[in-house]
Design a protein. Structure first.
Length: 95
């Protein structure tokens, strides 16, 4: 069991800073934009990746159960579906 702040987390852009927040709006982290060229895109991608951390951790933990023999084929299918959704969250343009 993990002791991290439960998800979902969101990435919200304010000025030149991405705020990573948990469900009730409490700020967990910040990602700063230092340059205007590729820095903005990189900061946004980093913020999305951080915001997806709870879902990515959850699905990685579930897939580890497959490796331990503790998951059915049906459960594996659900875990793979959730893995795709979590990865998609990290690559979407609007966070």
């Amino acid at each position: 069991m993990s002791n991290h702040t439960p998800g979902p987390w969101t990435a919200e852009f304010h000025g030149s800073v991405w705020h990573i927040e948990e469900g009730s709006g409490v700020q967990l982290s910040c990602v700063y934009v230092w340059t205007e060229d590729d820095g903005e895109k990189e900061a946004a991608a980093n913020a999305r990746l951080i915001a997806a951390a709870p879902e990515l951790f959850d699905v990685a933990s579930r897939l580890a159960e497959w490796g331990r023999g503790g998951m059915t084929i049906s459960e594996l299918g659900g875990a793979i579906h959730d893995a795709v959704a979590a990865i998609d969250k990290t690559t979407q343009e609007e966070a």
